[in-house]
Design a protein around this ligand. Sequence first.
Ligand code: FBP
Length: 275
Amino acid sequence: MADLPGTLNASGDEQQGLDLIAHDHLMSNLAATGEVCAIISEEEKGMATLAGRAGKYIIALDPLDGSANLQVNAPVGTIFSIYQRLSPPGRVVHPTEVLQSGSRQIAAGYILYSTATTFVYGTRHGVHGFTYDPTLNEFFLTHSCMHLPQVGKSYAINDGYLNSFPNYVQHYIQLCRDQGLSARYTGALVADFHRHLIEGGIYLYPATQKAPAGKLRLMFESNPLAFIAEQAGGLASDGKQPILQIEPSMIHQRTPLYIGSASMIKKLLAFAHQN
Ligand code: FBP
C-alpha cells in the first residue's frame, strides 16, 4: 500500500494525491492482465510481487512524472519499462530480478498528458506514437517509426541551478547560447523529451551539490527514456557511460541524465572528457 499524500515517497519527494491515485490505478490494471509478476514504482518503497506468479514480465513505473506541474496545469506524464523475468514463470520472483540494466528492457514507453494525450512506445523494432481522440475514446497512430533528429534547436535544463552544475555542463550551455539555441524547460522530463524526440534537442540534469548522484531515477525515468532515445537514433548518458549500461544496485537509485540528439550528446561528452 503506497503512502498517503503530503508524505514523502521512497525517493524523499513530496507525494501529490494524484501520484498515488495514478500508482494504484496502474498497479491494479497491470495486475489484472495476469502477464505481470512484479512491479517497482517510484511511489512504492520495495518490489510489489503480484498474486499471479505465472506472469512473465517485470514493470518499472513512474506513475506521474512532473507531478509538481499539476497545480499549475502544466504537462505531466507516465513512464514505464518492461523487462522479462529471470526466473521461470510460477517461481517466486527474487528481489534482484527487478535490478536489471536498461539494456535488458524489451520495451519502454510513456504517456504525455498535455494539449493532447500522446502514447509513445519503443521496442527493438522501432518507436511509434499514438494520439488519443476523446470523441472516439481511441488512440490513433500519428507518429510511426519515430527518429530523434541528430541536432535540435533547443536545450532543456534548470538554468537556476547552472552555477552548481559541473564546469563542462556550464561550458556546453554557453555553447548552446552562442549558437542561438532556445531554452525550453517544462518541469516535466517526459514533456521535454517528447519535444526533442520530434524536433531534436537535449535535456540535461547533472549532479549538483544538492543532488550529488543526480535527481532523476535510473529505473523509472532514465532507463525507459534512454531505451526509446537509442531505438530512435538518439543517445543517453550519465556523463561517463551510456545510461543503458549502468548496473542498478538499488530500486530508487538516481543518476545524472543527458539525453537527446546524438550529435549534441557527443558534443557535451567531448567537453566532459576535456574536463
Ligand atoms: P518527479 O518524477 O518527482 O516529478 O521528478 C522528476 C522531475 O519532475 C522531472 O520530470 C523534471 O524534469 C525535473 O524533476 C524537474 O526538477 P527541478 O524542479 O529540480 O528542475
